[in-house]
Design a protein around this ligand. Structure first.
Ligand code: MN
Length: 336
């Protein structure tokens, strides 16, 4: 039961089918399978971008699919307080509830199709955790967290928090009414999502009926990525097979194509795909744990500033634990 659903897709505005005579489909460049890992205090994730060069992901850095997992009572987990600097985190929940709070005054509760958009900018501390009543009860937990890089000129921006409710998301359907498109940020076929981003991106959560085919116009100056959250299908002009936990990167062109298999597994009767595109920043990336800067010296500075308490302090109400400098994303990306 993912995120916002619509009973009759035919009531929604339709995205025009791009003209195949003039609009070139973007070819599939790579298909990779996300390894499983654990994040924060131990919630299960799939590392969607693992094995893909940062150059092909630019302006995106990191994507974790959180779950999908059915928790027993007492099992739901979150993160400890930890810092970030130099980029934006985008957290979206399909199922379950996550509370967020940061040291800059941002915070809120997200559930069932809500998005929390946090611009870490010059730096802050935050915590993400299921509320107490969810921990007591357990239940389904499914979402994703995406990291969007900031260009050097905006890495020192004041932190910002956007709480995007599911009702604000722009709902569209494909030309044949076979897919529900939730436009969270950016533009597609002249329609705009509510998310405001420093780096121009397009972010869509698409749900395809079995057998549905989706062709979307895609800005040629953006990169293009498709990650399958649930179900099985095909991507690109040659119908390359893709399934749960797999990422496709696309080459140059004007449109992207996704199709759902006629038969889906009964536990996920529809295909859910995250579609991502952004204008590459094209700057060096120096990445250590929760800090994404341009140079190693800037990363070292971030570590020192964090240790000196310059990224913020835990609000008094929650002052009961140590700050974990590493939120589990123990990867180091570095390219000149
Ligand atoms: Mn975090």
């Amino acid at each position: 039961m993912p995120a916002v659903t619509v009973d009759d897709l035919l009531t929604l505005p339709r995205v025009n089918r791009p003209d195949p005579a003039t609009q070139r489909p973007r070819p599939v460049r790579s298909i990779t399978t996300a390894p499983r890992g654990f994040e924060g205090e131990g919630f299960p994730v799939r590392r969607a971008f693992q094995g893909v060069d940062l150059v092909d992901l630019d302006p995106f850095i990191h994507l974790d699919q959180m779950g999908e997992v059915e928790y027993a009572p007492g099992e739901p987990k979150g993160t400890a307080w930890h810092p970030h600097r130099g980029f934006e985190t985008v957290t979206y929940m399909l199922d379950g509830i996550l509370d967020h709070q940061d040291s800059h005054g941002g915070g809120g509760t997200i559930t069932d199709g809500d998005t929390q958009w946090m611009t870490a900018g010059s730096g802050l501390l935050h915590i993400e955790a299921p509320p107490e009543h969810v921990v007591m009860k357990g239940g389904l937990f499914h979402g994703f967290q995406l990291w969007v890089n900031l260009p050097a000129a905006q890495k020192w921006n004041e932190p910002r928090y956007q709480d995007l409710k599911s009702r604000e998301v722009e709902l569209l359907t494909s030309h044949d009414g076979g897919a529900l498109l939730r436009l969270i940020a950016g533009e597609v076929d002249g329609r705009h999502g509510p998310g405001s981003t420093f780096t121009p991106i397009t972010l869509i959560h698409a749900t395809l009926e079995p057998g549905a085919e989706l062709t979307l116009p895609w800005r040629p100056d953006f990169n293009a990525l498709a990650y399958v959250l649930n179900g099985d299908g095909f991507v690109g002009p040659d119908r390359t097979p893709i399934g749960l936990g797999q990422l496709s990167t696309f080459g140059q062109g004007d449109t992207i194509r996704i199709a759902a298999k006629d038969r889906q597994e009964s536990r996920s009767p529809k295909m859910d795909v995250l579609l991502l595109g952004g204008r590459p920043i094209g700057e060096p990336v120096a990445w250590y744990g929760p800090f994404v800067m341009n140079t190693k010296a800037e990363v070292m500075q971030a570590v020192q500033d964090f240790q000196a308490g310059k990224l913020g302090t835990i609000p008094a109400l929650h002052d009961h634990g140590n700050v974990d400098p590493d939120d589990g994303t123990d990867q180091v990306g570095d390219r000149a």
